[in-house]
Structures are given as structure tokens and as C-alpha cells.
Design a protein around this ligand. Sequence first.
Ligand code: 1HN
Length: 351
Amino acid sequence: MATDAGNDARLKALEERMAAYNLHGQWATTSQRPQRVHKTNKGVSIEPAPAGVGHVWEWGKMLPFLEESLVALTESFTARRTLILTNPGLPRGTTQTLLASIQIIGPGEIAWAHRHTISAFRFTIQGGPDVSTVVDGVPLVMEPYDLVLTPGWSWHDHHNRSEKPAIWLDGLDVPLMIGLNQIFYEEYGEAAQDVRGEADTSASMLRPVWLPADAAPRAHRYPWVDTLARLKALAAGPVDPREGIVLDYVNPVTGGSTLRTLNCRVHWLPPGFEGKRHRRTSSSMVFVIDGEGVVTVEDKDLSWGKHDSIAVPNWSWTRWVNRSRSEPALLFSMTDMPMLRAFGLHREEIV
Ligand code: 1HN
């Protein structure tokens, strides 16, 4: 902005008097946002800079912490014994909108019933027929790699009736809810809910008439046997050049994204797969079900292996490679695409 010296003094005096009245000229604001400013021949052009960095949490390093937390925090009661994957480039959260954590509960333990406006899911790592989450009275079994939804404001308590610790990945929209200042939280008042429904997943397709048609997505379980069978059936077919064979976990009630704010996907990278470089305005967190490879995030090559967790920030150039020449790699991911799509903000570039 061009001003002469005389006007400068006048403008400065005006700004000071305005500031005393809680007013600030837009011309004088400096951005606190992570952003990249480009000067083109037409003028200034701004794009977001990725918030946080690409990062891998290795399973082999995480497991000892988890096991020690089981001894150090003998009972979790109303809290959760869950280790939050905090992005080294952010004050909180795994990405700017998503939070992932790894939770462990001991044999015979209950993580007490509560509900919150935060939407969440559990992706089982170590589970079985005697591990479950009760969601709004409906018990959902957690076999390895089953996905279980705990939609915003649904009551949920976790149970381990097996002989060994149960472990799963929690995925939640915590940073977004904090940013919007929309956190409501309530304890049930008892450790566990009464079981009201059948474990049958079709229960989530039967909606009580007193709930509005667009009621929040209900309790639901996606058994891994079904997911794997679907992946295998499609494995010989066409492959997405960025991420191999990709399946969305569709919400059975809305037909839309897995939860209102976040989406879950499963990916099959064929042996030797070398994905195309791409970037999206959404951010994601990826959990390695099986396999090994490299993901390049911006200018960093990050190696990953079985059960590692990976943060991929928004608008960062990303490239997936399956290092094995003989085995596919299987990835589970969550993204904040539904939040962005709701406001028409989802963009993507591929090279
Ligand atoms: C939470 O309520 C659970 O219900 C898990 O199991 C992880 C991380 C942050 C905030 C609340 C749960 C969580 C959480």
C-alpha cells in the first residue's frame, strides 16, 4: 500500500485511537495462519502451508509405552488409557483437525461409559470375540481390524472380557471440536450401560421413528472379514494411481461419510506399487495394517512397517510406495474430507 509520509503519521494516529476502541484496519492485519504467499504478475496469491509435519510413530517404540501404562495406571475409571499421537509441528492433535490415539485395556477391565459431541471410531489392533464396545446400548464385537463407530453424543463403554490386553486405534475430531468450542461431555454415572440391542450390525439400519431422519449416524461395526473379502475381490481390477485400491467405509444410515466430520478408508497397495505425487486440502492419519513401504511427505521420506501410525498434514505433497515386490500393503486411514466438502473446500492436485 503506497502512502506518503504525512499520511503515514495521520494513519498511525488513527490506528492508535481505533485500537483503543477495539477496532483494527484490515490493511494493518498480519496473518497468524500457516500460509504461503506468492507474488505473481497479477498480484499476491496465498495458499495454506501444511499445518504440522509428516510423521511416523513406530509400533515397536509405542508398544512398550502402552504396556507400561497398563502397569502404571492400573485402572482408567472414567478416563481412557490412551496415548495421543501429537504431531511434532502442532501444539495439539495428530493433524490440525484430527486426533489419533492408541488405547489399551487390561483383562477384565471396563473403560467407563460416557458421551461427548466429539465423533469417534475404534479400529481394533488386538481384540477378539470377548472384546467389545457398547454404543447406545448395542454391543459391538471388536475382532482384529474391525471398525466400530461411536458417533457424536452416543454413549460408549469399552469391555475386555478376554485373558490378554485389548488394543485399538481411536480416531476423533477433537481439534476441530476444540477450535469450534463445541465440546460437551457427560458421564453415564455407572461403569457400563445396560445392553439393549443385539450385536447384529443390521440393527443400525432400523431407525426408531422418534429420531429425525438426519439423526447422527448410529452405532455400527464393519467386520474385517467383509472388508478384506471386498478388497481381495477388487485386487485384480483397476488401481487408483495415488493410493492403490481404496474403499470408503460408507455410513449405512446416511449413505455418506463414515461419520459427519471424518471419513475412514482402507487401501490395498499392490506389490511394488509406486503412487503418484498428490496433495489435498484435507489432512489424514494412516495406520499400517500390514506391509512395509515409504511415504514421501513434502520433502521427507518416511519409512513405515506393520502397525505404524502416520500423520499426513493438509496440502502437503504425498507419495506412497509399497517396498515389497511380492506382498500387498494394507493401510487404514481417516481424513477430514467430510468437514471440507461440507463447505466446498476440498481441493486436490495430482502430478
Ligand atoms: C475418548 O473419549 C476415548 O472414549 C478415546 O475411548 C480417546 C481421546 C481424546 C479425548 C477423548 C474413548 C480419546 C477420548
